[in-house]
Design a protein around this ligand. Structure first.
Ligand code: HEC
Ligand SMILES: [Cu+2]
Length: 322
């Protein structure tokens, strides 16, 4: 019982395929339950036959012709008919469930959100927004309508997977793959890179937030403008220009590439793709300890900067919110 409850504890939470929050995921979950039921029945039947074989005493006497017919029956029934019917059934349910994940023509083309996998963080782009809207490790989407995700990899193969919304899809460098997902209701969903992509693959989580359509429009609108700059913080801005701006973008201030966009970093839920919760002081802590918190990550250590500068940088970055 203890082992069972431990195992079942893995069935809940915001990464659970058994708790679907959209039509694509529901199709996959139903298929999963159906297969589990069918395979449990087959398992019990096999165990039953096996036990029955033990109980049987003596040998039945059959003629050679009877033996042959019995053998043929097993081959045709158990070897062709049973697998044939099982596979047809699986296809009949599985193919439509898979189709629902594909952006097939016919439906009015929904909104597109681009997701790019990096070692080891997520870049999210909103091409339909007027102006450039980019976020990192945080994906916002409207609820109650399908969204097409166009995914690719910047360096190695990653995979995009929001378990509660639907099946996963590979993110391949040099190719754009598409998947159509929909969230029934506003909510927050966990997402995780699902293709081993190097040492910090496990620390590559994405915070997915589905919102009412109007809230989503406002969310986008707020990010079309540079974040308001708080008074003071001049030393931090200067240090940022010197040490950080080549890799990080802050709208209206820096156009670096190679690292996450920090324009709305103060409004995020987590840092380092899920390594730290974003609370007061967390950014300064990340700056000082990120190579311990997420060893080998692609941001160089900044040991040559004194603690004061790192703290000033952290305090300023926390003010960056739309
Ligand atoms: C050589 C490029 C590079 C430089 C220089 C650099 N960073 Fe980074 N930074 C990165 C990368 C890559 C990541 C993503 C690491 C990860 O999560 O795997 C990152 C992550 C971050 C994060 C967390 C972002 C998030 O979305 O959670 C912050 C904050 C940050 N950097 C701030 C800074 C500051 C401040 C400086 C200057 C002192 C700096 N970085 C210098 C490449 C760089
Ligand atoms: Cu990965």
């Amino acid at each position: 019982m203890v082992l069972l409850s431990l195992a079942l504890a893995g069935c809940g939470g915001d990464h659970s395929i058994l708790d679907p929050a959209g039509p694509a995921a529901r199709g996959v979950a139903w298929l999963w339950w159906g297969m589990l039921t069918a395979f449990t029945l087959v398992f019990l039947m096999v165990v039953g036959l096996w036990l029955a074989a033990f109980r049987r005493r003596g040998h039945p006497v059959r003629s050679a012709a009877q033996e042959r017919r019995l053998g043929l029956g097993w081959i045709l029934g158990g070897g062709i008919l049973l697998p044939g019917v099982s596979i047809l059934l699986l296809l009949a349910v599985g193919v439509p469930a898979g189709q629902r994940l594909l952006p097939l023509p016919g439906v009015e083309a929904p909104r597109v959100i681009e997701v790019i996998g990096h070692q080891w963080w997520w870049e999210v782009r909103y091409p339909h927004a007027e102006g450039e809207v980019v976020t990192a490790n945080h994906l916002a989407m409207p609820a109650g309508e399908p969204v097409d995700f166009h995914v690719t990899g910047a360096d190695v193969i990653h995979a995009f997977w929001v378990p509660r919304l639907g099946g996963k899809i590979d993110m391949l460098p040099g190719r754009v793959n598409r998947i159509r997902l929909e969230a029934d209701e506003p909510g927050v969903f966990g997402a995780q890179c699902a293709e081993f992509c190097g040492a910090q693959h496990a620390h590559m989580q994405l915070h997915v937030e589905a919102m009412e359509r109007d809230d989503f429009a406002a969310w986008l609108e707020a990010r079309r403008r540079p974040p308001p700059q708080a008074e003071g913080h001049d030393t931090a801005r200067e240090a940022f220009g010197e040490h950080c701006a080549r890799c990080h973008r802050v709208e209206g201030l820096a156009e670096g590439t190679g690292g996450p966009d920090l324009s709305d970093i103060g409004s995020r839920a987590t840092l380092g793709a899920g390594v730290l919760a974003l609370e007061e002081g967390a950014i300064a802590r990340w700056l000082a300890e990120h190579q311990t918190l997420k060893p080998g990550n692609r941001m160089p250590a900044h040991d040559h900067l004194d603690a004061e500068t790192l703290e000033a940088l952290g305090a300023w970055l926390e003010t960056l919110r739309p």
